[in-house]
Structure formats: C-alpha cells, structure tokens
Ligand binder design. Sequence first.
Ligand code: MG
Length: 373
Amino acid sequence: MPELAPYAVHPQASRGRKWPEPPAGMRSEFQRDRDRIVHSTSFRRLEYKTQVFVNHEGDHFRTRLTHSLEVAQIARSISRSLGLNEDLVEAIALAHDLGHTPFGHAGQEALNQCMREHGGFEHNLQSLRVVDALEQRYAEFDGLNLTFETREGIVKHCSRGNARELGDVGKRFLTGNSPSLEAQVTNLADEIAYNNHDVDDGLRSGVLSLDQLQEVALFDRHHRAVLERYPALTGRRLVHETVRRMIDTLVADLIRCSRDSILAHRPGSVADVRAGPVLIAFGPELTAQQQALKEFLRRHLYRDYRVNRMMAKAKRIIRELYQAFTSEPSLLPPDYRQRHEREGVRAVADYIAGMTDRYAVKEHKRLFTIGED
Ligand code: MG
C-alpha cells in the first residue's frame, strides 16, 4: 500500500476490537476486517438483494453485491490519491449495505413501519447489527468482531436516541464530531456509485430515456461531448461512454476539493480529523449538479409507476411476513423462535431483513399458499 498520510487511519493505531485478538500476521487489521466481511453469509446474500430493480427483472441490473463492489472500487481510487487507508475504505464499502432488507428501500420502509412501536428499522444500523451480533461464525464471539474504525464507517447516520444505545460508535452523533476521512470517502463513493449506476440501469430498463436525461446538466454535458467525438455512437456504448465520464468528473472534483480542504485545515492525525469539520466534499458546482441528478432520479426513476408497482408488491410481502411471524411465532424457524422468546419482535425483523428477495417471495408463498411446502 502507498504511504499513508498523517491524517489517515493507521492500522497500528486502531482502537481495536471488542474482543481482543492476537495480531493478524501477514494482514493489517483492516484487511482482516475485509476478509471477515467477504467470508460472511450476509455478504453472499447481497447477490440476491435488490438495489432498485428486483433481482428477477433481469440479469444485468445492479444488485446490492455489485453495488457494494462499485462503491469499494470508487472509494479505493479516491482513498489512494488522498493518502488514506485503502484497506479500511474497502472494508467499510463491502459492509455498508449488509443490513439491507430484501426489495431495496421499499423493503426497509415497510419493515420500519411494522417496527415503529418497537424502535423502528434502519438498514444502516442493521448493517452494524449484522457485523456486531447476527453473523455466527466464530467460536468465541457473536458477530465478526470488527475494528472500531470499520464499525464507525458503517454507521453513516443515526438518530440521537439510537446513538445513545450504540456506545462508542454512536458518540460522534451526540458530540457533533466527524468520522475518519476513510468513512467520509466511502459515504460519498456510495453516492457516486448509485447515482451513476441508477442512470445506467434506468436507461437499460427503459424507465428513463436519453431525451429526459438532457435536463440533467451533469449527464447532458458529457452526452454532448461523447457525440461530438463519436457522432455515430448509439445504444449501450453511448450510455457507457457518458456515464464513465460522469463518474470520472465526480471523482476528480471530489479529490481536488477534498485535498484543498485538507490542506486548509491541516489535520495532523485522525484525532484532529475527528475534532474538525467534514473535509471530504465536492465543490459547490458539482454538489449542486449531483443534487440535481439525485432529484431527477427520485422523480423519474424511483417513483415511476412500474417501479412503484413492484415496490407495492414488495411492501405487501414484507408486511404480511411480519404479521404472520409476530402473531404466530411458532411459524419461525427454531433458532429465530428461540430468539423471539428472548428478544421479542426484533428477532422477526432480523429474520426478515436477512432474507434475499427470492427467499422472501418463497417464504411468503410457503406461508400463504396452499400446496407450497
Ligand atoms: Mg449503498
């Protein structure tokens, strides 16, 4: 790994793990975190969880897994050029969506509704819960026993109430401190990844059109530039040439502007970073353009009637599963039933959140359709 800047998270200065362990040998502590994440069951499930388009709608749409890989790749590039810890951003990126429900945001909304009397459901906190408690692989502890720094990066946002319950990683939401620069980078790499791949998937699905996208400055500028250079280009190649330029512009701007703010604030250590303001950010122009793109996607993709129909169906499945399991816990598999006796409905939320799209559909059929086993 290239040399780390003084404001990067240095593995030997990690705040460590809840359950102390001997050093990882050949690997840094954050490489070890990444490896534990990649080997976890929840990570494998990401392959069958919806990003925007439900898994069975086509083989070429992003899933939570490919999304997480794109985030990791973007975050690593940014991290490397800023002298930050690439292993740490990779671990955070690969873990950041582990707590997502089936069916993307529709699934999360439905589960949050169901759980509103019981503390709600938030995928971000659920990702932490997965790595802290739900994964069961090690003899000596529940969860993956990740370092403080990876866990800190997973919790992107959090209410004050929840922050109080989170202990160490929740503190900064109460004191107004910043997370490490690695956490800040991964957060924005997530935005860059989904805004751009949602444009790509939106066009691929036919829900978005090139004509519509001309109202988005960031898209229009690059679309024109591509056509100027390759006037005969059409179809997928035209889309890809445009989207790759959009990603490049965002990444370059983020690196440039973040480097400027780092130089202006001169943090000498991670402690300085945590005590100071957020330093990883786009410049004002790209912030506005990225915001406009987000808004466009909200209006034209996430709320399109075809997407809405699928999402309404997904919500119904989640609600009905929740109702069935909470009113009749004997329908739960034995381990979750035991947990339900101890922890109540949170065990049901954990069970549902862990499901892949197709498993949720299957489980729903098994519960509600005669003739399914
Ligand atoms: Mg994400």
